[in-house]
Design a protein around this ligand. Structure first.
Ligand SMILES: [Zn+2]
Length: 252
């Protein structure tokens, strides 16, 4: 069983630190090396691996400095993206061994074309694909790819803990409430999120179960969501509903 800690970076990024029982650890998406190095020093941990979900700078910017400090470190990341100094390029379907756990590599195209996620030990590291109550912007892929990627995540076991790369939950909830004002689960969750944020605590991890109740981007088959976008699309298939939702969120 691995222990996960959040290291805040920039305005709203989380660098997730995966810790083994014997003080070895890995980090996911270190956009900045400084907060990682400070955390390692403070807690007397040794960094053995870096996992990367996609090539955006706020996810990879810390790699060169971390590799300089830990020259034998494993750097795992998507084979199809420009990520510096990868020692273990991975693709969808691959497995990686992290301490005593096996993580499966999921192909999560959409936000970027080679975006991957890592799932193992009941935990999902999904970068900028799924956020609590929202999803990543579709920069490089198609709406269909993003919808497909989110469907893969929705099919994971419901108790899976979801470690998203940004603290966007509050603003995502404002949009989710506009889509489904009568969703009682959403109202309850918003109160919980407001309480956590007032104490400056992370709202993450979330779970697949919760997201299926409250995240409009995982609810494109729900009558309430379809009704809310019915004036924005003439087609009612799931990809069209997803596209209408994503475009609405872009201008929200
Ligand atoms: Zn990104």
């Amino acid at each position: 069983m691995l222990d996960i800690k959040s290291i805040p970076a920039f305005n709203d990024n989380y660098i997730w630190l995966i810790q083994n029982s014997d003080r070895r650890c890995a980090v996911v998406d270190p956009g900045d090396a400084a907060p990682v190095l400070a955390y390692l020093q403070q807690h007397e941990l040794t960094l053995e691996a870096i996992l990367i979900t996609h090539h955006h700078h706020d996810h990879i910017g810390g790699i060169p400095e971390l590799v300089r400090q830990f020259p034998t470190i494993d750097v795992v990341g998507p084979a199809n993206e420009p990520v510096p100094t990868l020692t273990h390029p991975v693709e969808a379907g691959d497995q990686i061994h992290l301490f005593d756990e096996v993580f499966f590599v999921l192909g999560l195209e959409g936000h970027t074309l080679g975006h991957v996620g890592y799932v193992g030990d009941g935990k999902l590291f999904c970068g900028d694909t799924l956020f609590s109550a929202g999803c990543g912007r579709v920069f490089e892929g198609t709406m269909e790819q993003m919808h497909q990627s989110l469907s893969k995540l929705a099919a994971l076991p419901e108790e899976t803990e979801v470690y998203c790369a940004h603290e966007y939950t509050s603003s995502n909830l404002a949009f989710a409430m506009a889509v489904e004002p009568d969703n009682a689960q959403l109202q309850k969750y918003r109160e919980e999120v407001n309480r956590l944020r007032a104490q400056n605590k992370p709202t993450l991890p979330t779970t697949i179960r919760r997201e299926k109740w409250i995240n409009p981007f995982l609810r494109v088959d729900e009558a309430s969501v379809i009704k809310s976008v019915s004036n924005r699309t003439t087609q009612m298939d799931p990809v069209s509903i997803f596209t209408a939702l994503r475009e609405w969120k872009n201008e929200f």
